[in-house]
Write a protein that binds this ligand. Structure first.
Ligand SMILES: [Zn+2]
Length: 467
């Protein structure tokens, strides 16, 4: 065993490396060296002797001071970053399969209102474990249904993330506009505004960690214009800014939402948010599908970010996000799998493929390059979460969040461009997934949790919801 004074050095060598740094550095056969939590060398060929702690003796290897991995046939990329999700929705997959967003929500709200910490914990664990299997090293969560007798739901998701080992940015979501007040959710699925604000402040005080290597940061996330009052939106933004945490919400997802805002507020969803002080570089919005040119210009001018969720938009028939225009306008854009119940696959590398194909189907073959799509899932996500100095690329000094994809199996052997193979092809096996230098997946198997046990416990949770 190594002591804290002599962290293990991990050497990945003989692999293709796509760094996603600002220069677009790539190496056909290169190395990545990790010491403790941090990347200490990246480059072509073998690692330079100075990047290793002394000679790589058989003794150093056998005692575990240095671990060398011959990664021939693999591609090293930054771990992927998921910027929109609802982990608890793992428990309602396969429902309302051919519905619009409002129909789907109306059918699922009552099931979500029956959840508690005992059901959310295994559902979130399953969702996180699956995300890891698809190359995700950092994820946010947007939990917004807090039944009165549900217990500590946010704590349940945080415990799940700590168990699986992912870097976690949960947001304290909320709804306070029930059906009797003109909202979409039933009254028993919403909370009192003061309770939301108290719980939001408590979540920040208890959990938010601003340290550079932080594994846990909190955000605040009232759900949507049709489930939250303007008072809560305004006060949550004020609270978040006082506390120095990021703000998140759904916006401009469907035509139905645009119609709802026109009828209730006399304006577009974006103008509504703008009027409540909700645009800025500390805000990122999920979806942003239904935007005209003026809305895109306004969002760009305020530095507001967007989490693009193409699979969910496709499953719900919500529309096609103008990602090419958003990127061209200088937006911070990341990718999100969205809740498991509206994307079903919940694969982050799958979302990179979907983003590429969706953009090209709408805007032609040059609307999204394969490297541009991978950028959304790496540096794009890091920028949305305010972590671009710490994660999102393979560079010396950055945290060791690394995905090592195996590209020499049946699905990919012989592919001319490893990035094209990763983005456009089938999901490759993950040879290794590191988060903060810790191994989460090895040889395409989770090492932090037992996959079969998680599947069984998530099934029990689903059955309990239907009792
Ligand atoms: Zn969502």
């Amino acid at each position: 065993m190594s002591s804290p004074a002599s962290p293990v050095t991990l050497v990945l060598e003989n692999c293709a490396v796509v760094t996603m740094d600002g220069q677009g550095s790539e190496y056909a056969s290169g190395h990545v060296v990790v010491t403790g939590k941090v990347i200490t060398a990246v480059g072509t060929g073998s690692p330079p002797p100075g990047s290793l702690p002394g000679p790589v003796s058989a003794d150093a290897v056998s005692t575990g001071t240095i671990r060398r991995i011959d990664a021939s046939g693999c591609l090293a990329t930054p771990g992927l970053i998921n910027t929109h999700h609802h982990l608890y929705q793992w428990g309602t997959r396969g429902m309302a399969a051919d519905a619009t967003l409002f129909e789907w929500l109306t059918q699922l709200y009552p099931v979500w209102a029956r959840m508690n910490a005992d059901t959310v914990r295994p559902l979130a664990t399953a969702a996180l474990a699956w995300l890891a299997r698809t190359g995700c090293s950092t994820t946010m969560d947007h939990h917004y249904v807090f039944p009165r007798t549900g217990g500590d739901l946010l704590g349940a998701t945080i415990a799940a993330a700590q168990q699986v080992g992912l870097r976690f940015h949960p947001t304290r979501g909320s709804m306070d506009l029930g059906a009797s007040s003109g909202g979409l959710p039933p009254d028993d699925a919403v909370e009192d505004r003061d309770a939301v604000l108290l719980a939001s402040k408590a979540a920040v005080d208890q959990y938010h960690d601003d340290a550079p290597e932080s594994m846990l940061r909190i955000g605040l996330a009232p759900c949507s214009p049709f489930s939250v009052t303007s008072e809560l939106l305004t006060e949550a933004a004020e609270l978040g800014r006082r506390a120095g945490v990021r703000l998140h919400t759904h916006l401009a997802e469907t035509a139905d939402e645009s119609q709802y805002c026109a009828e209730h507020f006399g304006c577009t969803p974006l103008d509504y948010l703008d009027s409540l002080g909700w645009l800025g570089d500390d805000v990122w919005l999920a979806h942003a599908v239904h935007l005209d040119d003026a809305a895109i210009a306004r969002l760009a001018a305020t530095g507001t970010g967007v989490a693009h969720c193409p699979s969910s938009n496709g499953r719900l028939g919500a529309g096609v996000c103008r990602t090419h225009d958003l990127v061209a306008a200088g937006f911070r854009v990341g990718l999100g799998v969205d809740g498991a119940a509206s994307s079903e696959e919940s694969s982050l590398i799958g979302e990179v493929r979907q983003a590429t194909l969706t953009a090209r189907a709408a805007g032609g073959p040059r609307a999204m390059s394969v490297r541009g799509a991978l950028e959304l899932a790496t540096m794009g996500g890091a920028r949305l979460l305010g972590r671009d100095r710490e994660i999102g690329s393979l560079e010396v000094g950055k945290l060791a969040d690394i995905a090592l994809w195996r590209l020499d199996t049946l699905a990919h052997a012989g592919v001319a461009d490893p990035v094209a193979g990763l983005v456009l092809g089938a999901r490759p096996p993950l040879e290794l997934l590191l988060v903060n230098g810790e191994t989460i997946i090895e040889r395409d198997q989770l090492v932090t949790v037992d996959e079969r046990e998680i599947a069984a416990s998530s099934l029990r949770a689903v059955l309990s919801l239907n009792d």
